[in-house]
Write a protein that binds this ligand. Structure first.
Ligand code: MLT
Length: 252
């Protein structure tokens, strides 16, 4: 889990932090930016999110206010946290102000505490791995989890990035599955996440059937969100936290 201490260490080392809240905050951010959103401001508190959105709108910046608590849209907010809400015609050219239960907290914790902060999900795992390799620094895999608990889907997202980094470091690696063989120096968490990715790589959607939050979202009638968030490596956008702590689309 991202702690202020682990992220401070990454900052001191100029490392790259990749933040994951696969269900659903980081998948929503990746989707919105891939669909033409100008930038995303992540806010921990709903009242502050309303203020930020009002301030942006007052400066004539087209803005969408979105957020959830307990998976439900926040009363009075026009948008929730479903990635499917942020279609190009809805989000194109607009700023998104987003507050969620765990994901925006993890992102704000990481912002300013690592050399570079990237936003990861299953959608853009390969693109994130490519960018992390290009940056060539230590990588902190910062999993948001749920209320401070381990989340299977976030560890899976982290594992998919590790898997792609392994393949990039050593294209023959899959045929010689010894983590050390790639030359990457993996923590035990990274190795565990990698094995999770190997277990689910042919059907990542299945992991959501096995995860607490995935099952909760399914029971809320949000199966379409789960299907979307499971679309592995379908997106090339690598959102990055910019200077003003606003998340902007990275490459391409
Ligand atoms: C979170 O930040 O906890 C999530 O994105 C919750 C959700 O909307 O599924």
């Amino acid at each position: 889990y991202p702690t202020a201490e682990s992220l401070e260490q990454a900052f001191l080392a100029g490392g790259t932090a990749v933040v994951f809240d696969v269900l659903r905050a980081t998948s929503t951010i990746v989707t919105a930016l891939a669909h033409g959103c100008r930038g995303v401001v992540t806010v921990v508190d709903p009242a502050e999110a309303q203020e930020v959105a009002a301030r942006l709108a007052g400066g004539n910046i087209p803005v969408l206010l979105a957020g959830e608590r307990g998976g439900e849209k926040i009363p009075g907010f026009p948008h929730g946290n479903s990635p499917l809400e942020f279609r190009p015609e809805v989000v194109g050219g607009r700023m998104l102000v987003l507050t969620t239960s765990n994901g925006t907290r993890a992102l704000n914790l990481a912002a300013g505490r690592a050399g570079t902060v990237l936003v990861g999900s299953l959608l853009n795992a390969r693109a994130v791995a490519r960018e992390a390799c290009r940056l060539g620094r230590d990588v902190i895999l910062a999993c948001a989890g749920t209320q401070g608990e381990f989340s299977l889907e976030d560890a899976l997202g982290a594992g998919m990035v590790v898997l792609e980094m392994m393949k990039m470091a050593d294209p023959g690696w899959l045929y010689c599955p010894t983590p050390g063989a790639s030359g990457l120096d993996l923590s035990d968490f990274a190795v565990a996440a990698l094995h999770l990715a190997l277990a689910y790589k042919d059907n990542p959607r299945r992991a959501f059937d096995h995860s607490l939050h995935g099952r909760k979202l399914f029971s809320m009638g949000l199966a379409a969100d789960l299907d979307w968030c499971a679309s592995l490596n379908t997106c090339e956008v690598v959102p990055v936290v910019g200077e003003g702590k606003e998340i902007i689309p990275g490459c391409p």
